[in-house]
Design a protein around this ligand. Structure first.
Ligand code: HEM
Length: 193
């Protein structure tokens, strides 16, 4: 027999995962329906939007590694006592990573969308680009799950580390299939002009 407390708390992760899946799906549908445009985007002085996103995505990559290290430290997994300021540092870098990710994802969705099959000019969409776009959509869904996990006091103890680990893994994969590929193929974008 399942007691009511367990049922109540399990409802939180289940609802969060369902909401995350719906958000990822809606972002994907928007990415297919919206007509890509460069108006309403910025390059922040870099030669192209892709170059700008590569620089910002690299910064996000660094921040999420900081997130994982500080999370392991807070959970006592590093064998060193966590200082009092660590929680604030973890929250600040996390919020910054989240805002920068929304900024990059907006630029992807608005100026390119979810590319599948062939582009209007007939060019075939590469598997890397397709995989990157799908990962990007799931990143936004995983963010919803993570935000619920962080706010919820009644969820089971495994929910926050699982939600954080999932978001970290999806973000790293989204960055590897975009910024890391860009740097490998074209080199570091250089300083803004
Ligand atoms: C929201 C869903 C997303 C969609 C649909 C999407 C889609 C795309 C597409 C179609 C490209 C062009 C790929 C190419 O032809 O070269 C691209 C580029 C890029 N995306 Fe995304 N993306 C998304 C989210 C993200 C996220 C979350 C990040 C990282 C935090 C990211 C980082 C980048 C970067 C750095 C590039 C430029 C390098 C490249 O050309 O691959 N994207 N994205």
């Amino acid at each position: 027999m399942v007691d009511t407390t367990t049922r109540k708390s399990m409802a939180i992760p289940l609802t969060a995962f369902a909401a995350g899946a719906v958000v990822a799906l809606l972002v994907g549908v928007f990415g297919r329906l919206h007509d890509p445009t460069l108006s309403g985007t910025t390059t922040l002085g870099y030669p192209t939007v892709l170059a700008m996103k590569t620089v910002v995505a690299t910064a996000i990559g660094v921040l999420v590694v900081v997130q994982v290290v500080t999370a392991l430290w807070i959970y006592g997994k590093l064998g060193i006592r966590a200082p009092a300021w660590l929680g604030t540092a973890h929250r600040t870098t996390g919020a910054t990573a989240l805002l920068l990710t929304l900024f990059v994802a907006y630029h992807c969705l608005w100026s390119l969308g979810l590319e599948v099959g062939s582009l209007p000019d007939g060019e075939k969409v590469s598997t890397r680009t397709l995989v990157h776009g799908l990962l990007g959509c799931t990143v936004l869904g995983a963010m919803v799950v993570k935000l619920v996990a962080v706010r919820s006091r009644r969820a089971p103890g495994w929910f926050l580390p699982v939600a954080g680990g999932l978001l970290f893994s999806l973000l790293v994969l989204a960055i590897l299939t975009s910024a890391a590929w860009y740097i490998g193929a074209k080199g570091w974008p250089g300083a803004p002009g």
